[in-house]
Design a protein around this ligand. Structure first.
Ligand SMILES: CC(=O)SCCNC(=O)CCNC(=O)[C@H](O)C(C)(C)COP(=O)(O)OP(=O)(O)OC[C@H]1O[C@@H](n2cnc3c(N)ncnc32)[C@H](O)[C@@H]1OP(=O)(O)O
Ligand SMILES: O=C([O-])CC(=O)C(=O)O
Length: 375
């Protein structure tokens, strides 16, 4: 029998999903049927989280109930804070956040008594807890890099305004909060990407949602996936200014370097989310009066298009946007975690609702059977 190997599972359909639809032909992305561009324009990130989990946007009463619950779960758990404080300051924030999520799992008393494994309601409760705790964890990870103390959450603020307040100690102007909220919505969900698939593999063994999310964070960290938003900022710093983009790209391509923030496994004619995020970046460029950032963005984009016809992915506009907002570069991928927690957990619940253990086959190409050379 000849088995066909599809390296990287490229082009392989492994299951159904009703969470989102990525359509490279029409360059569109739907969350539960709604175009992500409309969601970014008309909804808050909290509403989008609710949509991803429940399949419908919340009614006013449901939104209020969700808001109260989320706000009540915001203060950073004391044991998680102690665990973070025990880590070296040099630890990468992705490792800090991954550890904090794992600690939250170990602290969750319901895991000790839960023997039903696939209890949807419990997984949903844990998902909201993770959603509400992640801003505190990520904001604290940023603050300790700067030798600053934890800032307590404010329950009079919506998710994004509170996130920025906990990070910077103040709420920035609306244009910044809005750009941040848009980035959270765009990063929330993207079908069977590497980290979501990791979460689904872990869930398929009937493990718990904290374990699935911890594994997903590990998958997101790599620069071929979420780590690219951080890598884009390094590229911008290496290139320096728009005038140097062409020469930098020629040299990088001659060295066969992958250009971070460009290319995608599914989209081959551009990422559906980029125009919306580029607009958000544009508002920040205007707000902070940093036109040189957009000039460099466009110079490198055009040079890459001319050289390879490869278009930017979402990490390309997000990197410089987070830089303008004032985040340290190592914090960019942790921000992606705070957004993608919604998609990951929606997929974990979907996986559990129609589970099959994920266990593919491999084609063995090692040595033929042989004798162990020992008496
Ligand atoms: C939110 C996200 O996770 S989006 C993805 C973020 N990741 C990045 O930005 C990292 C840079 N991009 C890449 O490495 C790739 O485009 C990936 C990993 C995202 C997708 O890769 P794949 O679908 O496996 O395509 P693959 O890597 O085989 O690329 C196909 C061809 O395009 C080239 N290519 C693709 N992306 C790039 C790039 N960013 N820079 C240079 N060349 C590239 C490859 O070298 C390859 O060329 P070849 O056929 O001559 O060997
Ligand atoms: O879909 C992918 O492979 C990667 C991606 O863009 C995402 O996870 O947002």
């Amino acid at each position: 029998m000849t088995e066909e190997i599809r390296k990287g599972l490229a082009g392989v359909v492994v299951d159904r999903t009703a969470v989102s639809k990525v359509n490279p032909e029409t360059n569109s992305l739907l969350y539960r049927g709604y175009p992500v561009q409309q969601l970014a324009e008309r909804c808050t990130f909290e509403e989008v989280a609710y949509l991803l989990w429940h399949g419908e946007l919340p009614t006013e009463a449901q939104a209020l109930e969700f808001q109260e619950l989320e706000r009540s779960l915001r203060p950073l758990d004391g044991t998680v804070k102690d665990a973070i404080d025990a880590l070296p300051l040099e630890a990468h924030p992705m490792d800090v956040v991954r550890t904090a999520v794992s600690v939250l799992g170990a602290l969750d008393g319901t895991l000790q008594t839960d023997r039903t494994w696939i209890d949807h309601d419990l997984t949903q409760e844990r998902s909201i807890r993770l959603f509400a705790q992640l801003p505190a964890i990520v904001a604290y990870a940023q603050r300790r890099l700067r030798g600053e103390h934890l800032v307590e959450p404010r329950d009079d603020l919506a998710y994004s305004a509170n996130f920025l307040h906990m990070t910077f100690g103040e709420v920035p102007e609306k244009v910044v909060v809005d750009a941040f909220d848009v980035s959270m919505i765009l990063y929330a969900e993207h079908s069977f990407n590497a980290s979501t698939f990791t979460a689904r593999v872990i869930a398929s063994t009937l493990s718990d949602v904290y374990s699935a999310v911890t594994g997903a964070i590990g998958a997101l960290k790599g620069p071929l996936h979420g780590g690219a938003n951080e890598a884009v900022q390094h590229v911008f710093e290496e290139v320096g200014e728009a005038a140097g983009a062409q020469a930098w790209l020629d040299a990088a391509l001659a060295e066969k370097r992958k250009i971070m923030g460009f290319g995608h496994r599914v989209y081959k004619n551009g990422d559906s989310r980029v125009p919306t995020m580029k607009r958000a970046l544009g508002t920040l460029v205007e707000h902070y009066d940093r036109p040189e950032v957009l000039a460099l963005y466009e110079a490198l984009e055009q040079a890459m298009d001319a050289a390879k016809s490869i278009k930017p992915n979402l990490d390309y506009p997000s990197g410089p946007a987070y830089n303008l907002m004032g985040f340290d570069t190592e914090m960019f991928t942790p921000l992606f975690i705070a957004a993608r927690i919604t998609g990951w957990t929606a997929h974990v619940m979907e996986q559990l609702s129609a589970n099959a253990l994920i266990r593919p086959l491999s084609l063995y190409d090692g040595p033929e059977e042989r004798e162990v050379p020992r008496a």
